[in-house]
Write a protein that binds this ligand. Structure first.
Ligand code: ADP
Ligand code: MG
Length: 211
């Protein structure tokens, strides 16, 4: 299995930016997942915290994104505001190699009005918590009908936190034809059953080794 990002079919500018970030070798979960992610497959990826899961989906998300099309093409759900902020930060760093990509975070504990104003201005990628995204859907202040890539990050924690109904509502507002990527530190049977309906013939990988 290759471990260098340069072996992936990524734009040269994107590869340069990864180098600038100090990303030269893929982590094991990136090496195991990125080929399938870039092929457009649905994926379930299990690896412990700190193993580089954000870039594993982030590179796929940004590779597929069309910056000239101003619609929410990528949606990432995270269990907490802190994690959503971290993921958005990482995506913004990765996106420097892609062009002008607008990434918006939508989490609770923040006033609705500025979020609605930001949504009116438009975004390519939304990163948020299920409760707040569901809230925007209920008010019709977000349009998920153009989502090409849906990411469930830390799926185990989101399910543990009781977000299942919100997640199901959000998934059903996305197009049926989309890529769905599920990342989790653990993948017990109850979460497997809860999320099975969100994925279409997923590639499944688990990386046990530490990075
Ligand atoms: P996880 O989501 O699995 O907990 P993160 O995506 O938060 O892990 O990544 C953990 C750390 O590793 C981050 O600081 C990130 O910048 C760094 N990182 C990710 N991929 C690479 C890589 N290929 N090379 C070097 N550092 C990386
Ligand atoms: Mg993570």
């Amino acid at each position: 299995m290759t471990t260098s990002f340069s072996a992936l079919p990524l734009a040269p500018q994107f590869l340069d930016n990864l180098g600038t970030l100090g990303y030269h070798e893929m982590t094991p979960i990136q090496a195991a997942s990125l080929p399938s992610v870039l092929e457009g497959r649905d994926l379930i990826a299990q690896a412990k915290t700190g193993s580089g899961k954000t870039a594993a989906f982030g590179i796929g998300l940004l590779h597929k994104l069309n910056p000239a099309w101003f619609a929410v093409q990528g949606l990432v759900m995270c269990p907490t505001r802190e994690l959503a902020d971290q993921v958005a930060g990482e995506l913004r760093r990765l996106a420097r190699g892609v062009g002008n990509v607008k990434i918006l975070t939508l989490t609770g504990g923040t006033a609705m009005r500025p979020q609605i104003a930001s949504l009116e201005h438009g975004a390519h990628i939304v990163v948020g918590t299920p409760g707040r995204i569901r809230d925007h859907l209920g008010r019709a202040t977000i349009d998920l009908s153009k989502v090409q890539t849906l990411v469930l990050d830390e799926a185990d924690r989101m399910t543990d936190m009781g977000f299942y109904d919100e997640i199901a509502g959000i998934v059903s507002a996305c197009p049926q034809r989309r890529q769905t990527l599920l990342f989790s530190a653990t993948y017990p049977d109850d979460i497997r059953h809860a999320t099975a309906g969100f994925l279409n013939d997923p590639v499944e990988i688990a990386v046990e080794s530490q990075h």
